[in-house]
Design a binder for this molecule. Structure first.
Ligand code: NAD
Ligand code: UDP
Length: 338
């Protein structure tokens, strides 16, 4: 039996495949490679010493998915495939709804036709909006999202919740990620954004490697100790291990299970910049810039449910996240391009 990993060539998916294979799980990866490279899978194989079965398939392609489910004995799905750029989703809402929601509806239908009803879904802390409580527990009410990307996560959570309620044979694990950064410690796989990075850590590493001149820190007048926004940064390997824990959780037939994956510690933008400089003995030039629309001032998790219910907690600190992010970037200044 194998775990189908959609979007397994992407940033979080590739790290998750490593941790699953290292623990003896069989996986099958599908990806349309629209935001990744097949080279990633060769690097995963070099880390784990195992072959990664791969199908170049789009989750919107029903026939392609049918073939995958017929060829392999799939017993569960970890569903990463999706578009994830917040700004782009504002400009191209149709593309985001069609890919993320349309694609997931096809996937869910093919799954049930093949009697596969266990799914782990990549959701996001974005569903909490400007959170009504800090730290954020899973009971914190969802808020209206500020962009189509966020809505795709919020709506897909609702769709899968409704499907599970209608058919209790389904087990649906909704994992709400906080801010994944870092890379595998080999420095051979990592985050590889197209164009100008939207997220903080890839921007910092691109400044460090000389691809960008200066980091703009969006806002230093928030109601936080140093005026910059606070987030819950989590090492991508810890996040990957959260999926291993969730696979074990599925064995308990949990029905619907919603869980935060974060460290529970909030760091400001300046904390991250300083930690990066200290961990790597580098200077990152930065300047303060106006606030970025849609940013919430403070967002960090209460991760105690993950510990209580899945026995999972994070291991890696901010220094390690910064060291591993830089190790990946400096060894691969152009990502997976030669
Ligand atoms: P990523 O872009 O690196 O990986 C997503 C993968 O899905 C890519 O390899 C892409 O080619 C593939 N893909 C996209 N649409 C597809 C389709 N229609 N069919 C097949 N493959 C398709 O992104 P990531 O950072 O690894 O994120 C993985 C998931 O986690 C996404 O759903 C994302 O929204 C979610 N998430 C990410 C973050 C984050 O900060 N990185 C935070 C919260 C949630
Ligand atoms: N940020 C920044 N400069 C950048 C990118 C991000 O100051 O070039 C800030 C951003 O305003 C936010 C924090 O870093 O306060 C984390 O941003 P990111 O986009 O990584 O995560 P998210 O906002 O989605 O939690």
């Amino acid at each position: 039996m194998a775990i189908l990993v959609t979007g397994g060539a992407g940033y979080i998916g590739s790290h998750t495949v490593v941790e699953l294979q290292n623990r003896g799980y069989d996986v099958v990866v599908i990806d349309n490679l629209q935001n990744s490279s097949e080279k990633v899978l060769g690097r995963v194989e070099a880390i784990t010493g195992k072959k990664v079965p791969f199908c170049l398939t789009d989750i919107r392609d029903r026939i392609g998915l049918e073939e995958v489910f017929s060829k392999y004995e799939i017993d569960s799905v970890i569903h990463f495939a999706g578009l994830k750029a917040v700004g782009e989703s504002v400009a191209k809402p149709w593309e985001y709804y069609e890919n993320n929601i349309g694609g997931t509806l096809v996937l869910l239908d093919v799954m049930r036709r093949h009697g596969v009803k266990d799914i782990i879904f990549s959701s996001s802390a974005t569903v909490y909006g400007d959170p009504l409580e800090i730290p954020i527990t899973e009971n914190c009410p969802k808020q209206p999202c500020t962009n189509p990307y966020g809505w795709t996560k919020s709506m897909l959570e609702q769709i899968m919740t409704d499907i599970q309620a209608a058919d209790p044979e389904w087990n649906v694990v909704l994992l709400r990620y906080f801010n994944p950064i870092g890379a595998h410690e080999s420095g051979t796989i990592g985050e590889n954004p197209n164009g100008i990075p939207n997220n903080l850590m890839p921007y910092i590493t691109q400044v460090a490697v000389g691809k960008r001149e200066i980091l703009n820190i969006f806002g230093n007048d928030y109601d936080t100790p140093d005026g910059t926004c606070i987030r819950d940064y989590i090492h991508v390997v810890d996040l990957a291990l959260g999926h291993v824990a969730a696979i074990k959780k599925l064995q308990e037939n949990p029905g619907l299970f919603v869980c935060n994956l974060g460290t529970g510690i909030g760091y400001s933008v300046l904390d991250v910049v300083n930690a990066f400089m200290e961990a790597n003995n580098l200077t990152i030039p930065y300047r303060f810039a106006p606030r970025r629309p849609g940013d919430v001032p403070v967002n960090y998790s209460d991760p105690s449910k993950a510990l209580r219910e899945m026995g999972w907690k994070t291991q890696f600190d901010l220094r390690k996240m910064c060291a591993d992010s830089w190790n990946w970037q400096k060894n691969n200044p152009n990502g997976y391009e030669d």
